[in-house]
Design a protein around this ligand. Structure first.
Ligand code: ATP
Ligand code: MG
Length: 278
């Protein structure tokens, strides 16, 4: 009986890392919106700010964390057995949407003093408590980013098509990930700010990468900045925009909801047709 209860409480703990090889491409905005959309869809979600030195998750959500990943790491060091990580989470709540945030350290020296292995242990400790753990990262091939990408179920590789060096870095980054053995399927290219002015053709970028973009998000500076000013993720804001819809569609693809919906539609259509010709 007790065993069954424990089994029921263990969740799938899908780790979704948001990564890029350039700064300011929209990783943090996308991370909070992925977390919000997954939570809105009924999943138990945690977003972890792994931009340890300059994390923005709490700024984007207007949260003032009392405890951070640093406190969780210190407590875990002094705990025998499993730590209750719930105590270290900052809850985000807007209307019916609720998810947890594991905040970045509040001080630079704390950020500097978290070993990669400690972050991995924290993630191992929390993943069974959530359906989805979204990780916001920095734009570097650091020891930490490589370690978390290793244990990720899926990596959202955010890119923008603006200047040649940005595209070159995406190519270098992707080739590196493939060379260390990551499956193609594990990496999903998401093009952000797609309709911003640029003279570079998307097809040329895809040809260079030898990979198609899995999803494309439009450029909408006012909507993005407005959401940050309000501290409300776009996907749960009342006003639907092309950008918020695009983010919802990305999550629909990731969670296969779109496919389920269309197969449900087909199923009902075929049963309707069957009834007609019975
Ligand atoms: N689709 C978009 N359209 C317009 N502006 C966007 C879009 N996505 C993100 N932005 C804006 O780009 C800026 C950078 O976004 P964000 O902080 O999410 O990037 P980042 O990749 O996390 O940056 P960093 O590497 O510094 O952590 C923000 O001002 C955000 O509002
Ligand atoms: Mg960021």
């Amino acid at each position: 009986m007790v065993k069954q209860k424990v089994e029921e409480e263990i969740r799938s703990g899908i780790i979704m890392t948001v990564f890029s090889t350039a700064s300011a491409v929209g990783k943090t905005l996308l991370s909070v919106n992925m977390a919000a959309e997954l939570a809105r869809s009924g999943y138990k979600v945690c977003v972890v700010d792994l931009d340890l030195q300059f994390g923005d998750i709490c700024n984007y959500l207007h949260l003032s964390p009392q405890k951070t990943i640093y406190d969780a790491h210190k407590a875990a060091e002094n705990t025998v057995g499993q730590l209750d990580y719930g105590e270290y989470m900052t809850p985000y709540e807007y209307e019916d949407t609720v998810f947890s945030v594991l905040a970045a350290p509040l001080k630079m020296e704390e950020a500097y003093n978290i070993p990669t292995q400690a972050v991995i242990e924290v993630l191992a400790g929390i993943r069974g408590e959530y359906d989805y753990v979204v990780l916001d990262t920095t734009a570097t091939f650091s020891d930490l980013n490589l370690a978390v990408m290793d244990l990720s179920t899926m990596i959202t590789f955010v890119g923008i098509v603006d200047f040649i060096p940005t595209i070159k870095n995406m190519k270098v980054g992707y080739d590196t990930m493939r060379s260390i053995g990551y499956e193609k399927n594990k990496i999903r290219f998401v093009l952000n700010r797609s309709n911003s002015k640029t003279h570079i053709e998307l097809q040329d970028v895809e040809q260079l990468l030898e990979e198609r973009f899995y999803h494309i998000l439009p450029n909408d500076f006012l909507t993005a900045i407005d959401s940050i000013h309000q501290g409300i993720p776009l996907v749960i804001n009342d006003e639907e925009t092309v950008l918020s819809r695009g983010m919802q569609e990305l999550i629909e693809k990731y969670t296969n909801r779109a496919r389920q919906r269309s197969s449900r539609k087909n199923a009902s259509l075929s049963s309707w047709v069957k009834r007609l010709f019975k």
